[in-house]
Write a protein that binds this ligand. Structure first.
Ligand code: PGA
Length: 252
């Protein structure tokens, strides 16, 4: 069993209401019970409407809450329907997912994502920055080119690298039950590490998560890939049983 700190990050997407804190409460109990044995960090990125309420209800040292996106504008502004990083911070977010492919698909560009990262870093939020290739890009062997662009156009040496976690999520793997083979995944993670070392000049702090159809069954395959520092989990994070089984099976 590894002694390395492993991240298990739930991405609830558009899911949950006030009663859903019970899901996280059950995971919290498991987390407390296993705190000495399993070196893990659990984060839940939930809808912004729930952050303040969940923080009050759960109030746990063992689970951190995060948001799933923000507007690039700092503070307040005339942006109907949007939330800034400072508003999310005040609501109790410690983390924020940025650059998720579901938002990129709606028109979010690398330039916009970079602005979002800058405004979230000013609020001292921890960023979970998502990158990943589409199926078309994979088929035309452009994966590394795409990842390189997503890293180099968005990240900069002057960014506080202790506040940035990278999540590699192949777009074709999200919600599809399709996953990469171990060899390709290792190669891709090593490529990302190399790119990050170029951007951050060999500061080796950055964690790299894998995301895309992670479940309680395939986690045993991923647990053998020591290059991975953790997981961004969508669908399976909406069930306490599945999420807990993912953690249990990782350490088996
Ligand atoms: P999935 O989603 O686990 O449901 O594939 C992952 C994500 O979109 O972050």
């Amino acid at each position: 069993m590894t002694n390395k700190l492993i991240y298990f990050v739930g991405n609830w997407k558009m899911f949950g209401d006030f009663s859903s804190y019970k899901i996280i409460n059950r995971i919290n109990k498991f987390s407390v019970k296993t705190k000495k044995r399993l070196n893990k960090k659990i984060i839940f990125c939930i809808p912004s409407t729930l952050i303040h309420f969940f923080n009050k209800k759960i109030n746990s040292k063992y689970i951190s809450l995060g948001a799933q996106n923000c507007h690039q504008q700092e503070g307040y502004g005339a942006f109907t329907g949007s939330l800034s990083a400072s508003m999310l911070k005040k609501a109790g977010s410690k983390y924020i997912i940025l650059g998720h492919s579901e938002n990129r698909l709606e028109g979010e560009t690398d330039t916009i994502i970079k602005k979002k990262i800058i405004s979230a870093l000013k609020q001292k939020l921890n960023i979970i920055y998502c990158i990943g290739e589409t199926l078309k890009e994979k088929k035309s062997k452009k994966t590394f080119k795409v990842l390189k662009k997503q890293i180099r156009k968005v990240l900069e040496k002057k960014f506080d690298d202790s506040k940035i976690i990278l999540a590699y999520e192949p777009v074709w793997s999200i919600g599809t039950n399709k996953i990469l083979n171990s060899k390709d995944l290792k190669n891709t993670i090593n490529f990302i590490k190399k790119e990050l070392n170029i951007v951050f000049k060999n500061k080796k702090n950055l964690k790299i998560l894998y995301g895309g159809s992670v479940n309680e069954k395939n986690i045993t395959l991923f647990s053998k890939i020591h290059e991975i520092d953790g997981f961004l989990i969508g669908g399976a994070s909406q069930s306490s049983k599945k999420f807990i089984d993912i953690i249990k099976n990782y350490y088996k």
